[in-house]
Design a protein around this ligand. Structure first.
Ligand code: AMP
Length: 140
């Protein structure tokens, strides 16, 4: 399947729509999911076009995973998390809704279930505050 540059994460990368960014370098962007399955739920994406795991360049995938690790470490501090769940969906049958590769990085607490996908839209001011906390932890 071909990459469609009209997808919403491509629009975020082009600056056409806003995002609560937590980390950015030449190859990778991390930002908060607007419909988090737990507080602090972040998405890590390559800047290069890639539909999903099936077509991403290996170097971009490695860069995404290295940032996912750093975001997870920051989430452990900021959200006093007890664990981290990574999810990553590929193609419609694999649960993918947005067709630009992304890794979900989700802080977890013992005994707290994830919210169902797309069930809760977080308030922008809450996301802005959480993103600021994560940016600070990632710089520290
Ligand atoms: P997936 O099922 O892995 O493709 O998940 C797509 C994710 O993108 C969902 O968790 C959505 O909540 C999230 N999402 C959709 N639009 C945006 C957006 N504009 N900013 C941040 N996250 C988004």
């Amino acid at each position: 399947m071909a990459y469609d540059p009209g997808n919403i994460f491509a629009k975020i990368l082009r600056g056409e729509i806003p995002a609560h960014k937590v980390y950015e370098d030449d190859h990778v962007l991390a930002f908060l999911d607007i419909m988090p399955r737990a507080a602090g739920h972040a998405l890590v994406i390559p800047k290069a076009p890639a539909r999903n795991l099936l077509d991403v360049e290996a170097g971009d995938l490695a860069a995404v995973m290295a940032v996912a690790q750093r975001v997870a470490q920051a989430q452990m501090k900021v959200f006093t998390a007890e664990g981290i769940t990574l999810t990553q969906h590929n193609e419609k049958a694999g649960g993918q809704e947005v067709f630009h590769l992304h890794v979900h990085v989700i802080p977890r607490h013992a005994g707290v279930e994830l919210l169902p996908p797309l069930s809760h839209t977080e308030a922008p001011d809450v996301l802005a505050q959480q993103a600021a906390q994560l940016r600070a932890a990632l710089m520290g």
